[in-house]
Design a protein around this ligand. Structure first.
Ligand code: ADP
Length: 398
């Protein structure tokens, strides 16, 4: 039976929504309001009649969500007729409070606002989205699904930084990890593809989108992950540096007189592929590489080498690995990244089949050779479906 959930992902200047059947994962409609608070924004709604895109100047998330509700009325499907059972919200930072999704109440909102200092770019917008939806859908249960929750199982050796321990106990300085919704979804799919219960399977999951993260999953449980206290640590990303020597902050501040805010901004928005090659879209980077562009080649090499290092580290952490799993925009579509990241790992039991790797497909698939002891899988992520499923699970038990 269908159980539709309106999934809301409120960003600082955008609001994404999707009406998802929690049973099948089918999205009956989805949409995006962009450039909220700016002089000219846009609203795109995809529904039964196809895609419509209109200019919309929304000054707040409330206006954006009202526009989304109107679009359901105008273009369908009618929200009051589909049997919508709940609203599910993506919330970036749940700190150590939330190891599971939770019903939204005043206490949850307070907790999420206490965590703003750990996620200043995301949690305020997520809070705004939740408050607005509570006002506009007062009769529906609403659930917060946290990016950090899947990683609350990290053992202390993996989540503890080697710094004075008051930093952790008094200021929350520890590894939390992100992209948890995607890692949870993809891990469950990978176990299904291997035909084994998730509790029997060890995986290295590589979420390679604009943001990138690697997770070591033992028996369905996250035991290490590359993003840290913030989503800046770990792999090279579109505009984020990932790992670097922490002394670089002090060096730049001393040598150039740059403020910490400026350095933080450049590491989040001006680094990664963009900093290395001036481009953060992999498709453009591939075109430039093919044309012999050396900056694009170096960016590609740094990106793939970092992935390979994390595969090695998590292989060692897990002891045995059943599958390496690629997901998200780059992971699902870029065969060259997959090939370079896994090159010469045959001695670790990882051998990809070049034809399977480059075959054009958008389905979940195995790209390793039949005799590769470690499977290599490409699994399209579906965070909206995962949020819808978790939302229904919380609503059913409450
Ligand atoms: P987000 O982290 O924003 O959810 P996505 O998972 O959608 O990101 O990934 C976005 C990135 O995926 C783009 O920046 C682009 O570099 C890359 N990408 C998307 N499609 C392709 C493709 N066909 N080939 C290579 N890279 C792609």
């Amino acid at each position: 039976m269908s159980a539709y959930v309106l999934v809301i992902n409120a960003g600082s200047s955008s609001l994404k929504y999707s009406l998802v059947d929690a049973e099948s994962g089918e999205a009956a409609a989805s949409g995006l309001v962009e450039r909220i608070g700016e002089s000219e924004g846009r609203h795109t709604h995809r529904g039964p009649q196809g895609e419509t895109s209109t200019v919309l100047t929304a000054s707040s998330h409330e206006e954006a969500l009202r526009a989304a509700i109107d679009a359901f009325g105008t273009y369908g499907p009618a929200l009051d007729q589909v049997g919508m059972v709940a609203v599910g919200h993506r919330v970036v930072h749940g700190g150590t409070y939330f190891a599971e999704p939770a019903l939204i109440d005043d206490e949850l909102l307070t907790r999420v606002s206490e965590l703003i200092s750990l996620a200043p770019l995301h949690n305020p917008a997520n809070l705004d989205g939740m408050r607005v939806a509570l006002r506009l859908f007062p009769d529906l249960p609403q659930v917060a699904v946290f990016d950090t929750a899947f990683h609350q199982t990290l053992p202390p050796a993996a989540h503890t930084y080697a710094v004075p321990q008051e930093w952790a106990t008094e200021h929350g300085v520890r590894r939390y990890g992100f992209h948890g919704t995607s890692h949870a979804f993809v891990s469950a799919e990978a176990a299904r593809m291997l035909g084994r219960p998730a509790s029997d399977v060890n995986l290295v999951v590589l979420h390679l989108g604009n943001g990138c993260s690697a997770t070591a999953v033992r028996g369905g449980v996250s035991v290490d992950t590359s993003m840290g206290m913030t989503p800046l640590e770990g792999l090279v990303m579109g505009t984020r540096s990932g790992d670097l020597d922490p002394a670089i902050h002090a060096h730049l501040a001393r040598e150039l007189g740059w403020s910490l805010d400026k350095i933080d901004h450049l590491l989040n928005f001006g680094s990664g592929l963009k900093g290395l090659a001036g481009d953060n879209d992999f498709r453009e980077l591939s075109r430039r590489r093919a044309a012999g562009d050396e900056r694009a080649q170096l960016a590609f090499d740094v990106y793939c080498y970092r992935i390979k290092k994390y595969i090695g580290a998590y292989y060692a952490a897990l002891g045995t690995v059943d599958a390496i799993v690629f997901t998200a925009g780059v992971g699902e579509h870029d065969a060259a990244v997959r090939a370079a990241s896994l090159a010469d790992l045959d001695r670790l039991g990882i051998t990809i089949d070049p034809d399977r790797n480059t075959a054009s497909s958008t389905d979940a698939r195995r790209i390793s050779t039949d005799d590769s002891p470690v499977a290599v899988l490409v699994v399209p992520t579906n965070e909206e479906w995962q949020i819808a499923r978790e939302t229904v699970r919380v609503v059913e038990v409450s």
